[in-house]
Design a protein around this ligand. Structure first.
Ligand SMILES: NC(=O)c1ccc[n+]([C@@H]2O[C@H](COP(=O)([O-])OP(=O)(O)OC[C@H]3O[C@@H](n4cnc5c(N)ncnc54)[C@H](OP(=O)(O)O)[C@@H]3O)[C@@H](O)[C@H]2O)c1
Length: 278
């Protein structure tokens, strides 16, 4: 049986939907059962900060699909519980992690990966480029001002629909042995700049959407003024600054080679989510 954590989030909810649709024995870990995914799936209530709830969720599980906001202590608690209960494989959703990254969430991921590696458990890492779903956070500003502030310069991003991350994660979780010890780099089909995003939105919405380029420090201040917690605004601004320098300009065909289906394009993503921007 597969345990999916973060099962109300972007990747987890879609992975559960796909696994349930294939009638693969699946348990979804949620904090709030009223928000649990529907379908042919077992629901377990749990919290990463409460190890007793993780232990209860782990019983009878072979594979864990580990998705979370990637707070090291929380994911390490899940990994330790999995080891304790004889789980045989962890499929971990991660990013372009590195121990010396200036972005705290990236070195946090590196810390979790090092812990996972030290357990000796079989695992697979799914390293994604930026999710297209991040664009939905720009929707309120676009609706209000017909444009958006961004500090990614002309940097290209191999942006991916989180549903393609979920589809890949579901496929790997169903056949984990084939993927043991592998790291995959998940991207969409194209390298995209925020100028491309503005053009795609303009074409789809039928009115001009302006990309207002600002430097990362101004962007950080604007995010804080808009209510983003200071630590998150700092990480976001650092990540956008890195994008401007070409850090996210990478593509791979790992989604298609694992799922057999090409990943969604930006055009399709925006068409699917057009209502959010109106
Ligand atoms: N966003 C990107 O561009 C990007 C790019 C590359 C990699 N990633 C990686 O993607 C992962 C995040 O995936 P996602 O975007 O699908 O996450 P998400 O949509 O933010 O969902 C987070 C999930 O974790 C659950 N959760 C949070 N705190 C919890 C707790 N204390 N106990 C139990 N569950 C808890 C949430 O439950 P509630 O619904 O109850 O809050 C939710 O189901 C991270 O590892 C991140 O590094 C993201």
């Amino acid at each position: 049986m597969i345990l999916v954590t973060g099962a109300t989030g972007k990747v987890g909810s879609e992975a559960v939907r796909l696994l349930a649709a294939q009638h693969h024995p699946t348990r979804a870990l949620v904090r709030d059962p009223s928000r649990a995914p529907h379908g042919d799936v077992e629901i377990v209530t749990g919290d990463f900060d409460r190890p007793d709830t993780l232990d209860a969720a782990m019983r009878g599980i072979d594979t864990v699909l580990l998705v979370s906001p990637a707070v090291p202590a929380q994911e390490i608690a899940v990994i330790d519980s999995a080891v304790h209960h004889g789980v045989t494989h962890i499929v971990k959703i991660t990013s372009k992690a590195s121990a010396d990254s200036p972005v705290d969430r990236r070195w946090g991921q590196a810390q979790i990966e090092a812990h996972l590696d030290a357990t000796g458990l079989a695992y697979t890492l799914l390293r994604s480029n930026a999710y297209m779903q991040n664009l939905l956070a720009l929707a309120p500003m676009i609706k209000r001002t017909q444009g958006f502030l961004m500090s990614a310069g002309d940097g290209q991003v191999g942006m991916i629909d989180a549903h393609d991350v979920a589809a890949t994660a579901a496929a790997v979780s169903i056949s984990p042995r084939e993927h043991a010890g592998r790291s995959y780099w998940l991207t969409g089909p194209d390298l995209i700049t925020y100028t491309d995003v503005a053009k795609e939105l303009s074409d789809t919405l039928g009115h001009a959407v302006e990309y207002r380029q600002i430097p990362p420090d101004e962007h950080r201040a604007a995010m804080i003024r808009a209510g983003v917690p200071e630590a998150v605004a700092t990480s976001n601004a650092q990540a956008f600054g890195l994008i401007a320098e070409g850090d996210a300009a990478w593509l791979s065909d790992d989604v298609e080679s694992i799922t057999g289906t090409p990943p969604h394009s930006l055009h399709t993503f925006i068409a699917d989510h057009v209502k959010a921007f109106i």
